[in-house]
Design a protein around this ligand. Structure first.
Ligand code: NI
Length: 512
């Protein structure tokens, strides 16, 4: 990493930190800026989760871009950020944001374990591609954080000059200090007209609050303001738009390129060493036989010793390898996919169905459903079902709520059975294949539903041994629907494992 890059990275990561620190602080006195005579600008309020003033650009426009997903089920953390093989600065800067936010979240979210309390907070970070050209990448990161049931959204957009491999921020989009000052004034003027924005906050507009600037399809600049930073204690995010005619004269040469890349994204040429989008590590093995056609295998789990392996949060870069191993062992499984990953890798969903697996819904943004409004719960499920349907011609018939967090409202809105688990391998925590194998083998009982995550390479590496070990113990692998019985599953009911059978599995644990 060059010293300049390090400084820039630090500068903009510090910006995010500053935002977090600023939230909730008393207003600092400041003097109002001189108003500009005319403004062709507007403000907008966003209520949709992760809502954006600009449409996300398809990731396929950057052939060597991939996502890095991380989850921590106990602390309610789910993050997704980007890396780009040909531009290492992207992965470094993105990881820096996530690590900083996770560090801060830890400090503010310490449960009183002695009182038997679990963490009540939640951290959800997600990145979106907003601008692409051969020389420019724009990546917007939205972070939702709640502690003690009080949630807030923060936004930050990182700009990358891919010729230099450097990370830039809002200030770099503008030319001189005067141009930046004019931009701030435009934002302040427009913000002042929004009833959700406290008037005093407009008079002391901090540079750090303007750290998420993007460009819409008309070439206007959009500025996303964090909850609680400038807004008057609202749960809504506010977007201020500065018109193209006002913004163009203020932009730096890089800013003009960034505007074009946001307004009319053009694909990056494939890098020479580009990793093809999809499943680079999936082994090719012509020796694996195709499943016998026309021969429906039925298992009676009231008689057989059945287990349902489930994989959440994908599909990810290793899912192709996992499908290969499952097929080799003739082991059907159930995949609870998150919407954006399903949208990115629809061919893997097709393959899951073709190879006898089941696809379930794990929501769009992986937010805890118990913290969302009914409308947002439905939207989380419906958006994900839309991409599942687009891939496999049918919506998911099962829901797994993120973190297993559910209540009567989310169960009712699910409109499908709600699938939890009785075996938690803690694969996300240990990231150790041996530990995943030992917990899966030691905890599984007849009728178990085993929780794993196919976004972790250590989990995928553990699966062949789990399959062999459980098979040696006499288990038959089935999908969740096969395990619980299609006719017995009820919409809105929760299931931890299969009901009791002659083989000694315990009764359905009911609501968790
Ligand atoms: Ni999950």
């Amino acid at each position: 990493m060059s010293p300049a890059l390090g400084q820039n990275t630090f500068k903009y990561i510090s910006g995010l930190l500053a935002l977090a620190l600023l939230a909730g602080c008393a207003p600092i006195p400041g003097s109002p800026t001189e108003p500009k005579p005319s403004l062709a600008t507007s403000t907008q309020n966003y209520t949709q989760i992760g809502g954006s003033p600009v449409d996300a650009v398809p990731l396929s426009m950057v052939p060597d871009m991939s996502t890095v997903d991380q989850s921590d089920e106990h602390r309610h953390i789910f993050t997704q950020h980007f890396k780009v093989t040909s531009v290492p600065a992207v992965g470094e800067a993105q990881r820096g944001l996530v690590e900083l936010a996770m560090g801060k979240f830890d400090q503010g979210n310490v449960p009183d374990v002695s009182a038997g309390l679990e963490n009540s907070g939640e951290l959800n970070i997600r990145s979106y591609l907003t601008a692409v050209s051969p020389n420019v990448l724009g990546i917007r990161t939205a972070a939702y954080q709640s502690v003690d049931s009080v949630g807030s959204n923060r936004f930050l957009t990182q700009w990358f000059d891919t010729r230099k491999g450097s990370v830039l921020g809002s200030r770099d989009l503008f030319d001189s200090a005067d141009d930046w000052a004019d931009f701030r004034e435009f934002v302040a003027q427009t913000a002042a007209s929004n009833p959700l924005i406290a008037p005093e906050s407009v008079t002391q507009l901090e540079d750090a609050w303007l750290d998420s600037v993007n460009f819409d399809a008309q070439g206007n600049a959009t500025v996303e303001l964090d909850d609680a930073a400038i807004t008057a204690g609202t749960a809504q995010s506010v977007v201020v738009t500065v018109s193209a005619s006002n913004i163009i004269p203020l932009l730096s040469p890089f800013g003009l390129m960034a505007r074009t890349a946001g307004m009319a994204p053009t694909p990056r040429l494939p890098a020479i060493s580009a990793v093809p989008w999809g499943n680079p590590e999936e082994p090719e093995d012509p020796a694996v036989p195709a499943p016998p056609s026309g021969e429906e295998k039925t298992v009676d789990c009231t008689k057989a010793k059945c287990v349902a392996l489930t994989f959440d949060d994908g599909p990810g870069p290793k899912t192709g390898k996992l499908l290969y191993d499952l097929k080799k062992a003739d082991a059907p499984a159930t995949f609870f996919v998150v919407g954006p990953n399903a949208k990115t890798r629809p061919e893997l969903l097709k393959r899951m169905i073709a190879e006898g697996h089941e696809v379930g819904n794990h929501t769009w943004t992986h937010r805890s459903l118990t913290a969302l409004s009914p409308a947002n719960i439905r939207s989380e499920i419906d958006r994900t079902n839309e991409v599942i349907s687009a891939a496999i011609d049918q919506p998911a018939t099962l829901l797994r709520p993120p973190y297993g967090a559910h209540n009567s409202t989310s169960d009712r809105l699910a409109q499908t059975p709600v699938i939890l688990w009785d075996v938690d391998t803690l694969d996300w925590k240990h990231k150790n294949a041996d530990k995943v194998v030992s917990s899966a083998l030691s905890q599984t009982r007849p009728g178990s539903i085993v929780l794993m995550h196919d976004i972790h390479s250590t989990t995928v590496a553990a699966v062949p041994r789990i399959l062999a070990g459980l098979k040696a113990k006499g288990y038959t692998f089935v999908t969740v629907t096969e395990l619980l019985g299609k006719d017995k599953l009820k919409s809105g009911e929760t299931y931890l494992r299969a009901p009791s059978t002659a083989k000694g599995s315990v009764k359905n644990g009911g609501k968790k």
